[in-house]
Design a protein around this ligand. Structure first.
Ligand SMILES: Cc1cc2nc3c(=O)[nH]c(=O)nc-3n(C[C@H](O)[C@H](O)[C@H](O)COP(=O)(O)OP(=O)(O)OC[C@H]3O[C@@H](n4cnc5c(N)ncnc54)[C@H](O)[C@@H]3O)c2cc1C
Length: 460
């Protein structure tokens, strides 16, 4: 790809100042202590913490495209102190305390991202305005209040989660039919590509080598093979998330799901009065197909929704062929904020996030093979990848920290089924989720059996 192609990946990429021209590729053979595959947040944070903990360590990253090419450069920019599947962790035998500790570590991670950005001079527009999950219909309101009860039972107080009555909620998010919302202060909005690109420069300043346009073809014990070179290393970190299928033998480790976004032109203050988000709060609602929005520093609305899985784990990096899906995302945004009708959309894009077979993110290090992994964030990896990177650095340098005891550290999920079962399963669950969302949004009774099947596949 040329630099202009990288710039065209998303609004975020387009607005990164400076060059997106690829760094040199790996050529020949090199020996390092830690080889990292993938220069998204997971790979870059792992490198940053390793280099900070042990400045003498030789660390190299190989990246198939450019740093921040994947989800890390294109996401919704919610740096949220939460993690997919956390409610399941609480329910696991003996895991309640670990789940609470993990949740608290994620809260703290939001500030850690802000702290490191400040220290490294990464201006990624980090702003901790919190996040609101808005109830647009009665089923949402009931579900959110139940969730709040569960959070209270786990010991999280008003300082972590609080219910906003409709008037207070509308002061933050003026969406249609707003029946109140669940607010957490543990979220910052940021410009994702600026974070990824800034981190890449920060790790280079600490002596980490980044080789771009250097896809890993195979990971063997102590060795990463790319088309024109090899990295030999005692530890190899796989940080390739939705793209993991591109590595020989790892095709079924994670399933890529697409998520689609758009950004408006900068909106005038009169329009923002109708939308809200005075402190750049992020917002969504509890629908299963997941929607997310933020107000950018230059007053655009950046909004997205979860999309499809494609047969054979195919990943799209160009989104011109997704016009219909983008229209649906836009319609959802307009139904929440009718004032958006007629406003100009300046950018449309999308990306792939990774779903593990058990829907639970993990960090792991197999000391026998030297292979470490971090990821499977199911679309909630902006903050989580920082915690994963810190934890991987602790594991690799054999630090007995509190982090390595968190339930994030566990065996990676089992492999997904071969096709066509994978496609049938994921697509089936997606349609179930959509039909449950439709029932909620239209006030029809929730089909119980469908709800139970959806929960079985997504939560268990
Ligand atoms: C549209 C969208 C919106 C999202 N919104 C949010 C959000 O608001 N909040 C949130 O918390 N999460 C969000 N997510 C998820 C979040 O972006 C990811 O969880 C996170 O960025 C994952 O980081 P990563 O480094 O693990 O993966 P990635 O950023 O995908 O990085 C993987 C890297 O590996 C490289 N690579 C792939 N194959 C190879 C190979 N064979 N060899 C070498 N390199 C390779 C890729 O080019 C890529 O740069 C969103 C995701 C998408 C797609």
């Amino acid at each position: 790809m040329r630099e202009s192609d990288y710039r065209a990946q998303s609004f975020w990429h387009e607005s990164v100042p400076g060059s997106l021209a690829p760094r040199p590729s790996l050529a020949g053979e090199q020996t390092v202590d830690v080889a990292i595959v993938g220069a998204g947040y997971t790979g870059l944070w792992t490198a940053w913490y390793l280099a900070s903990l042990e400045p003498g360590l030789r660390i190299a990253i190989v990246e198939a495209e450019i740093a921040g090419f994947g989800a890390s450069g294109r996401n919704g920019g919610w740096c949220l102190g939460s993690l997919a599947g956390l409610e399941v962790v609480y329910g696991e035998p003996g895991a309640r305390e670990g789940g609470i500790a993990l949740q608290r570590a994620l809260f703290e991670t939001v500030d850690e991202v802000g702290r490191v950005c400040e220290r490294e001079g990464i201006d990624c527009h980090w702003r901790k305005g919190g996040s609101v999950t808005v109830a647009s219909v009665e089923a949402h309101r009931r579900g959110l209040l139940e969730e709040l009860d569960e959070l209270r039972a786990l010991g999280f107080g008003e300082e972590d989660y609080r219910w906003l009555e409709p008037e207070a909620c509308r002061a933050l998010v003026r969406s249609q039919g707003n029946l109140g919302g669940l607010f957490t202060p543990h979220c910052a909005a940021l410009q994702p590509a600026l974070l990824a690109r800034g981190l890449a420069e920060a790790v280079e300043r600490r002596g980490v080598r980044i080789y771009e346009c250097s896809p890993a073809l195979a990971l063997e014990r102590g060795c990463v093979t790319t088309p024109n070179g090899r990295l030999r290393a005692e530890t190899v970190v796989r940080a390739t998330e939705a793209y993991t299928k591109t590595i020989r033998g790892h095709a079924r480790a994670l399933a890529p799901l697409h998520s689609l976004m758009f950004a408006t032109e900068p909106l005038p203050e009169a329009v923002w009065k109708e939308i809200g988000l005075p402190n750049r709060e992020t917002f969504g609602d509890p629908r299963r197909m997941v929607i997310y929005g933020q107000r950018t520093l230059d007053d655009r609305l950046a909004f997205g929704a979860r999309g499809a899985y494609y047969f054979g784990s195919r990943i799209f990096d160009r989104f011109s062929e997704h016009a219909q899906a983008h229209r649906v995302v836009q319609e959802i945004a307009e139904s929440l904020f009718p004032v958006l009708r007629g406003q100009r959309i300046s950018h449309r894009w999308g990306g792939a996030l990774a779903v593990p077979r058990n829907w639970r993110p993990t960090v792991s290090l197999d000391r026998q093979s030297g292979l470490a992994t971090g990821g499977g964030y199911v679309g909630e990896g902006v903050a989580a990848a920082n915690l994963a990177g810190r934890t991987l650095a602790d594991l690799i340098t054999e630090r007995d920290s509190e982090r390595v005891k968190l339930p994030l550290v566990r065996q990676p999920a089992p492999a997904w089924e071969p096709e066509p079962l994978r496609w049938l399963g994921i697509t089936g669950v997606r349609h179930l989720g959509e039909s449950l969302d439709r029932a909620d949004l239209t006030g029809r009774p929730r089909p119980r059996l469908r709800g139970a099947i959806f929960d079985f596949f997504v939560r268990k």
